[in-house]
Design a protein around this ligand. Structure first.
Ligand SMILES: Nc1nc2c(c(=O)[nH]1)N[C@H]1C(S)=C(S)[C@@H](COP(=O)(O)OP(=O)(O)OC[C@H]3O[C@@H](n4cnc5c(=O)[nH]c(N)nc54)[C@H](O)[C@@H]3O)O[C@H]1N2
Ligand SMILES: Nc1nc2c(c(=O)[nH]1)N[C@H]1C(S)=C(S)[C@@H](COP(=O)(O)OP(=O)(O)OC[C@H]3O[C@@H](n4cnc5c(=O)[nH]c(N)nc54)[C@H](O)[C@@H]3O)O[C@H]1N2
Ligand code: SF4
Ligand SMILES: [Mo]
Length: 740
């Protein structure tokens, strides 16, 4: 193993902070600062800094495991893969292709997400594939697509934030969920701009704000409509912009006008003067932005809610203009790319629609199959999990831990147990892997190469920096091995760059066009923003070689790669090695979208006419409070990875229930006392954390833990009708003191 340091990116969240990774003389691995990546300029949160711990941890899996009665016992790769192929094949034979399910993750690289979607459709022939991103950004994606004709989380780089006039941050606690990004908001305020935070809790992020609005959970739709009402009433609309760049204003305006400020105050609990102040701060500067995260999105009306915030931007001329716009802060490491390349139930690569005949023809052509052989759209994530053991009999799961992270988790756990066959690929024995018939140990970020697409829409190269331990294989090798066993010998290469080459062709001409992006460019340019089409006369294989940037472990050469160097391209016979100097001028990528036109057919953005409606479950006598859920800085998601990092676990050792002192007094609960939170779905117990930073009618639990304190035992799987997003952010509960 070389000792060189490799520039790469963090395995966790969508900020995809740049970092250098190097093996240490003692056989370990260390992360060091990588100041050249503009998003984090060297800064990392504790999760990124400690990411190497899991590479060499004794708790990681290094051998396949197969079920023998109640136990999982080590087995060879041959036996494990044979068993999975047999499990999937027998479900298919007995019940048809849709009896096989596939569940993916937004942490998987683009190459893996692409291969997983292809595997489901081509090898299994099943429509039943979806992924955890459905639980993450699907409402924002649906609303963005409706309004702008295209969904890319942020239509501008984070670097634009310090230069705008005002940002409304709706339901994002980025001080904990993306700490290095907080700097952009500090710079915004240093430059005279203002920050408005909308969150039922006074979070670390809200503490940075000029104005903090604390609505009842589940009422953001009313809030956004109330603000738009005031914008109209105060004559702050941009009529010229509305006329030139939008459609649907009359209906949207009429709908908003039904939301009087006093009515909105009653629904949200946000006082009218604060609504007026928010409108003033947002409308006075030349430019402004609205950014949403999971707070307003993870609701049974998340799509309409995000639509209403987009309406506010459109009515004030704050979209598709420099330093202005609406953006969604996507969450997982590849949350953006993971939703573009075909692991979503209704999608084909390049963010194409599975129901679009032209898209089916194009992708089937790349895959070398008959378009009619491609199944149609399948169930959404929760619906898929809910169908396990009935319609779906065998499941292959990669990159998620739904026993902890899915809504109504006890039911989901029971459904997983009822399967005829469950296979899980993971790096650790997650709570979900522990239920499997076969567990496959796979390589992790620093042990493999692949691309991710950050929340900015910036495609990045995550490079292999260390050699994986004996006994593990990559997810791509897993899919290759399974495809071969199921009779598909070709089309599942194990080299990520080869997979990316095919992904480029499959995405060409689609909304998320990656065809002009190569590994070489990603290394040289510190990422490329999609869409990035291939120049008309370009050849797809041109310059697409890691040979130019140094392959695994020797990426030092990346910085010095000379673009004029002839590129060694083994396996690219259509493109002679000397072609590089004659290459057509490359597309520069698209950091900023919509400046000239939106991606709709007529180039205009669409308002949506929406009105407020209640959460699927409102408090009543039996369940008088609202539960909302979210994250803490030191744990990641289901905690499968971060609970196994001692430093992080010491910082955030377990679940808790945040509640207001008045509520605590009523219960007779002191700080740290166990309290029970009870919903229609179950009961969870965790220590009380008493704070004036939360509304007295609301309690909050982080969702990172299994067992007694599992927040998702309580949550409501009510789904948004468009995005099929579950309502993680609002359900009715009661809280009880627990007597020892
Ligand atoms: N430390 C850490 N960082 C992470 C992750 C992690 O698990 N841990 N996960 C990553 C992923 S996948 C994601 S999606 C992002 C999520 O990033 P965020 O969206 O920032 O995370 P959350 O804590 O889920 O929710 C944000 C805030 O929404 C508030 N909220 C709750 N209900 C409502 C509501 O009804 N309306 C409004 N306006 N706000 C509400 C909560 O109080 C919370 O402070 O973080 C990413 N980064
Ligand atoms: N109550 C509540 N529930 C929520 C949320 C909430 O706000 N509140 N947020 C939702 C959101 S936004 C999200 S994104 C989900 C996330 O929840 P999960 O889908 O459970 O996400 P992770 O915990 O990241 O699970 C990823 C799993 O894949 C493994 N893994 C990591 N990298 C790889 C890889 O490359 N290959 C393979 N095969 N495995 C890998 C990890 O070890 C881990 O076990 O939770 C959702 N659940
Ligand atoms: S903010 Fe996100 S990407 Fe950056 S170091 Fe932390 S977890 Fe990693
Ligand atoms: Mo997420």
């Amino acid at each position: 193993m070389e000792t060189a340091s490799t520039p790469t990116h963090c395995p966790y969240c969508a900020l995809q902070c740049g970092m250098n990774v190097s093996p240490t003389p003692g056989g370990g691995v260390e992360v060091t600062e990588r100041p050249d990546f503009p998003v984090n300029r060297g800064a990392l949160c504790g999760k990124g800094r400690t990411a190497p711990v899991l590479l060499s941890s004794a708790v990681r899996l290094t051998s396949p495991l197969v079920r023998s009665g109640d136990e999982l016992v080590p087995a060879s790769w041959e036996e494990a893969l044979d068993r999975i192929a047999a499990g999937l094949a027998s479900a298919r034979t007995a019940y048809g292709p849709d009896a096989c399910g596939v569940f993916g993750g937004g942490g998987l690289t683009n190459e893996k997400a692409y291969a997983l979607g292809k595997f489901a459709r081509v090898v299994l022939g099943t429509s039943q594939i979806d992924y955890n991103g459905r639980f993450c950004m699907s409402s924002a994606a649906a609303a963005g697509t409706k309004a702008f004709g295209l969904d890319r989380g942020l239509p501008f780089p984070l670097e634009d934030i310090p230069r705008t006039g005002c940002v409304i941050l709706v339901g994002s606690n980025l001080a904990e969920t993306m700490p290095p990004s907080l700097r952009f908001f500090g710079e915004l305020r240093d430059n005279g701009g203002t920050l408005i935070v909308v969150d039922p809790r006074r979070t670390k992020t809200a503490e940075q704000a000029d104005l903090h609005l604390a609505p009842r959970p589940g009422t953001d739709l009313a809030l956004a409509l109330g603000l738009l009402h005031l914008v109209v009433a105060e004559g702050r609309t941009d009529e010229e912009y509305i006329g030139r760049r939008t459609a649907g204003w009359e209906e949207a305006r009429a709908a908003a006008m039904a939301h009087w400020p006093e009515y909105v105050e009653r629904i949200t609990g946000v006082p009218v003067p604060q609504l007026r102040e928010a409108v003033r701060l947002f409308c006075e500067p030349e430019a402004a932005m609205v950014l949403t995260a999971r707070g307003p999105e993870q609701q049974s009306k998340g799509t309409d809610t995000v639509g209403a915030w987009i309406n506010l931007c459109l009515a004030t001329g704050r979209a598709g203009r420099p330093l202005s716009g609406y953006g969604c802060l996507t969450g997982q490491g590849n949350g953006q790319g993971g939703r573009e390349h075909g692991q979503k139930a209704d999608q084909l690569p390049g963010y194409r629609k599975l129901t679009d005949p032209a898209a089916r023809r194009h992708v089937a052509g790349v895959w070398g199959v008959d378009p009619d052989s491609l199944p149609g759209p399948g169930r959404s994530a929760y619906e898929l999990l809910d169908a396990l053991g009935t319609d779906i009999r065998a499941l292959l799961l990669m990159g998620s831990n739904p026993v902890v992270s899915a809504p109504r988790a006890a039911h989901v756990e029971e459904r997983l147990r009822s399967l005829d066959f469950l296979a899980v690929a993971d790096v650790v024995l997650s709570e979900t892997a522990a239920l499997a018939d076969v567990v496959l140990p796979v390589t992790q970020w620093a042990e493999e190469t692949g691309t991710t697409t950050s929340l900015e829409g910036r495609v990045l190269l995550r490079r292999q920096a260390v050699t994986p331990p004996d006994g593990v294989r990559s997810d791509l090798e897993v899919l290759h091995g399974l495809a071969a066993r199921l009779g598909v010998e070709k089309g599942f290469p194990t080299d990520p760059e080869e997979v990316f080459g095919e992904l480029r062709r499959a995405s060409a001409g689609g909304p998320a066009d990656y065809s002009g992006i190569t590994y070489r460019r990603l290394a040289e340019e510190n990422g490329v923003f999609w869409p990035c089409p291939e120049p008309a006369d370009g050849t797809m294989a041109a310059a697409d070689s890691m040979a130019a940037v140094g392959s695994a472990g020797s990426a030092d050469s990346a910085g010095s790669a000379d673009p004029a160097d002839p590129v060694a391209r083994p396996g690219a016979p259509d493109c002679p090695a000397t072609a590089h100097p004659a290459e057509p001028i490359a597309h520069p990528g698209t950091p900023r979208l919509f400046l000239d036109r939106f991606a709709t057919e007529d180039g205009r953005a669409r308002f949506v006419a929406v009105t407020h409606r209640a959460a699927a479950e409102e408090p009543d006598d039996e369940y008088p409070l609202l539960l909302t859920t979210g994250r803490v800085v030191s744990q990641y998601q289901s905690g499968a990875q971060t609970r196994r990092v001692p430093e992080l676990n010491a910082a955030a050792p377990g679940p808790f229930v945040e509640l207001h002192p008045r509520l605590a007094a009523r219960l007779g609960a002191a700080e740290g006392d166990p309290v029970a939170v009870v919903s229609r779905r179950g009961r969870a117990v965790a220590p009380a954390r008493i704070t004036t930073g939360i509304r007295p009618d609301t309690v909050f639990m982080p969702f990172h833990w299994p067992g007694e304190g599992r927040a998702n035992t309580l949550t409501n799987p009510a789904l948004d009708p468009t995005s099929r997003m579950p309502e993680f952010k609002a359900c009715a509960v009661r809280v009880e003191a627990v007597r020892p």
